[in-house]
Structures are given as structure tokens and as C-alpha cells.
Design a protein around this ligand. Structure first.
Ligand code: 13P
Length: 260
């Protein structure tokens, strides 16, 4: 695969799986599977549940494992009376580097709006972390032929009021909702078309430099067997992986597929 100017980012979203003992085991297993060549060519992040973050951080630090620590979600306020929520300030203190914002499960099951997503993207940036802003269409929207309209709208709404320089450092994850956890991935051609459209929207709002540097991941039933073809597309700069990130021997080949 020809090297791209943007370093690929392969992220494991563990969702609500693995207690902190299991989480430690998984990062250790992953560190046995990954080689220096992998880290050199690919950024790798793991996004455990909140209760595992401190344990995973400790293992990554102690064993000098160059995997980036990520979170799955946060609030936009620094602190306050928001029972059950976690602020970006608390995450930053744990050396969290990337925060998933606006995952479709948060949008669909917990009512997160485009405005919430925008507030969170700004809050994550304010604390020096990188948002992975998720966008994606439902099956109905896809069948109605409104995928690009839907996804472009989410990108525009999520990036309101964010400077061009910051937009260029973001990660946007295109995750068609019908492909998440279903075993049914978007075809590489379809995923490429939507990711190219996302880059086009970024170019429109933030200019050519931002469009050239923003990293766009594909997510939705990514596995070792389809990663190579998806990641070989010119506008796909990485993957946001759910199910296949829960086993080191399934996740590591996806990382390797990102550098051929
Ligand atoms: P799956 O890889 O299990 O389809 O999940 C994708 C996802 O939602 C990652 O955020």
C-alpha cells in the first residue's frame, strides 16, 4: 500500500466491555503482538470504559507501550453538578489523548444532539486532547439516498466555531450505523466516497490545509479480513474498531493492515 502523508490511526473502542483486570490483560497481549514497525507507521489507541482508564494508563506507562490512551465519551463542562458524567479535565489528567465524541450509540441511545457534539469537540480541544468525532447515516437514510447530506450536516454542525488550525488536527470517524456490530461493512468504494465527501466539507469550512491533514477513519465491522481494502482507500486514514478490538490477535492484524 503506498504510504499516505497522514499517519493512519487505528482505534479500539471497547464500548461497555472488559473490567479493569481484563483490560490490563488485553493491553499486555496487544503489546506482545505489536512491533516497533507498527507503532512507527501507525498510531494505535485503545478506548476502555472509564473504570479501566487508570489501570490501563499505569500499564502503558510502566511497560512503555506506545499505545495512546483514549476515552469513549465525556461531558463538555470542566466540573460541576453533573452526576455520573466525566469531564475532559479529568480525562486529560489521566493522559488520555483521544476522546470519541458523538458515537452513534451515544446519539441514538442517549439522545446526544449535534449541538452537544459540538460543545464536546470544543471541550476536548480546550484540554489539549484530540476528538474523534463520529458521524454516520442510518439504513433508512442510506436507502433514501441521503447519506452524504446527513453526514455532511453532522460534520458541519460538529465543527461550528472551531478554527481551521484545530480542524486540521481532528479525527473524524465515518461509521455507517447499519454497519456497526452487524458484520456488514460498507464496501471500500462506498466508504471511500463518503470519506472523500467529508474531506470536501472540511475543505469548504476550514480550507485545503485542514482538509489535507484531518484524519478520517472508517468504522463498522472492520476486521482483519476487510481492513486492507478499506484502509487502502485514498481518503480512509484509519479505522475505529469495535468487536475486533477486544482480542489482541484480531486487532493487531488490523494495525498491520494500515501499513501493508
Ligand atoms: P464494530 O467494529 O463492532 O462494528 O463497531 C464499530 C464501532 O462502533 C466502533 O466505534
Amino acid at each position: 500500500m503506498p504510504a499516505k502523508s497522514r499517519k493512519p490511526l487505528i482505534s479500539g473502542n471497547w464500548k461497555m466491555h472488559l473490567n479493569h483486570f481484563e483490560a490490563i490483560q488485553l493491553v499486555q497481549k496487544l503489546s506482545y503482538e505489536l512491533r516497533e514497525a507498527d507503532y512507527g507507521s501507525v498510531d494505535v489507541s485503545v478506548h476502555p470504559p472509564f473504570t479501566d482508564l487508570r489501570s490501563v494508563q499505569t500499564v502503558l506507562d510502566a511497560d512503555r507501550i506506545p499505545v495512546l490512551l483514549g476515552a469513549q465519551h465525556c461531558h463538555w463542562e470542566d466540573k460541576g453538578a453533573f452526576t455520573g458524567e466525566i469531564s475532559p479535565a479529568l480525562l486529560a489528567k489521566l493522559n488520555v489523548r483521544l476522546v470519541i465524541v458523538g458515537h452513534s450509540e451515544r446519539r441514538q441511545l442517549f439522545g446526544e444532539t449535534d449541538e452537544d457534539v459540538n460543545r464536546k469537540v470544543k471541550a476536548v480541544l480546550k484540554h489539549g486532547m484530540t476528538p474523534i468525532m463520529c458521524v454516520g447515516e442510518t439504513l433508512d437514510e442510506r436507502e433514501a439516498g441521503t447519506t452524504e447530506e446527513r453526514v455532511s450536516g453532522q460534520v458541519r454542525a460538529g465543527l461550528v466555531g472551531i478554527g481551521a488550525g484545530e480542524v486540521g488536527g481532528l479525527v473524524i470517524a465515518y461509521e455507517p450505523i447499519w454497519a456497526i456490530g452487524t458484520g456488514r461493512n460498507a464496501t471500500p468504494e462506498d466508504a471511500q466516497a463518503v470519506c472523500a465527501a467529508i474531506r470536501g466539507v472540511v475543505r469548504e469550512i476550514a480550507g485545503a490545509d485542514a482538509a489535507g491533514s484531518v484524519r478520517i477513519q472508517y468504522g463498522g465491522s472492520v476486521k482483519a479480513s476487510n481492513a486492507g481494502e478499506l484502509l487502502g482507500q485514498p481518503d480512509i486514514d484509519g479505522a475505529l474498531v469495535g468487536g475486533a478490538s477486544l482480542e489482541a490477535d484480531q486487532f493487531a492484524p488490523i494495525v498491520r493492515a494500515a501499513h501493508g
